[in-house]
Design a protein around this ligand. Sequence first.
Ligand code: ZN
Length: 257
Amino acid sequence: MFKLTPLAAFDDNYIWVIESAKDSSIAVVDPGDAAVVEHYLAQSNKTLAAVLITHHHRDHTGGVEQLKSRYSVPVYGSSKSKFPGVTHSLSDGDSIQLFEETLSIKAVPAHTLDHIAYLVNGDTPQLFCGDTLFLAGCGRLFEGTADQMQQAMDYFASLPDSTKVYCTHEYSLANLAFAKAADPTNSEIDNTTTQCKQLRADNQPTLPSNIGLERKINPYMRTHEAALIQSASQYKNQTLSAGVETLAALREWKNSF
Ligand SMILES: [Zn+2]
């Protein structure tokens, strides 16, 4: 299991720092801003050894060229990425070795078509899910379909409850407000909201989440639950079926929430 540190970037991004247990090497996930990473490297005396990219959006890749120009490191990313800075192309089912751990690659096209997730295997798995899965939320469907997002959610829900979820934005409170509207009698949402509000009041990240919690609170992972089907059907003013239809309606509703 990796030791991880979130670096805040832009308004609400997190760049996750992955530390080697053996030496001063680190890897970073989705370095949208090189200066944030370079500041961390300077003050911690660490050495950049690798960059992991989840998808092509600029707030996840904008710092890569500057980091590559200063450090000769592999840049992992999807073989389907529009981002030209990837040096090590990955496809669904691949695995990579990073420091002491093996990471499995899962294609999760939905937010973007090149989106991949990295899963660190082990007793407590660790998931780098970029902008696909958020605490109590999911990414916007910029390039993919609701059907693809449902498949991604099914994959995430199949992971062990103990899996830690390292999302790349601090969207938790807004997502929880929507989750409460869509699933009004779910007391787990209230409990999580209280905890997240306290963390934000203390200027702490609300992340990582974990799969066990997401299975209880995330509307997009609960599209087979009667309460969510009912709320989504009310929003669309028609009777929706479980799964994709419910997910599509929830995602559309959230866009204007
Ligand atoms: Zn994105």
